[in-house]
Design a protein around this ligand. Structure first.
Ligand code: HEC
Length: 122
């Protein structure tokens, strides 16, 4: 291989690497979503700590139970209910509500992407 061609290839490979790194850091992370799913958030009013598990449980293929109303919640896993995560407006609405109730604030775009990519694997 001619040295100048080799140099060009090295530059191209280097460039694609440089592009791949920032893309990867924006990618949704199912493992981070799984960890965030069970993370307990202490409540300032002294009520028991809350997590996504509080209502949906640890096993997303099983029904959950609403911690306030005590009503059953159908499984979130798309493998059980293919309609899950198909309605963007519904997903946004519930993430807004559930993040506020659980974390005491809205979730960031990254946190929401991680939760969704975790739920998608279930
Ligand atoms: C206070 C109880 C409660 C907690 C805690 C809770 N959720 Fe929910 N969640 C619900 C209810 C109720 C629904 C709507 C009923 C349904 O879709 O079966 C829902 C629906 C959803 C949906 C919509 C799924 C779809 O496409 O149909 C997502 C996504 C979701 N929750 C994620 C979360 C995440 C992430 C957390 C933790 C930050 C969380 N939930 C914590 C009660 C809760």
């Amino acid at each position: 291989m001619k040295p100048d061609l080799k140099a060009t290839l090295a530059i191209l490979i280097g460039m694609s690497g440089a592009i791949a790194i920032p893309t990867a850091s924006f990618a949704a992370d199912a493992a981070a979503g799984a960890a965030a799913w069970t993370k307990e958030y202490p409540q300032s009013d002294g009520s028991p700590a809350r997590s996504c598990v509080t209502c949906h449980g640890r096993d997303l293929t099983k029904p959950g139970r609403h911690a306030v109303t005590n009503k059953a919640i159908e499984p979130l896993a798309p493998s059980v209910d293919p309609q899950r995560l198909t309605d963007q407006a519904k997903v946004e609405k519930w993430l807004l509500r559930n993040c506020r109730w659980t974390l005491g604030r809205e979730c960031t775009s990254d946190e929401k992407a991680d939760f969704i990519s975790y739920i998608e694997t279930q």
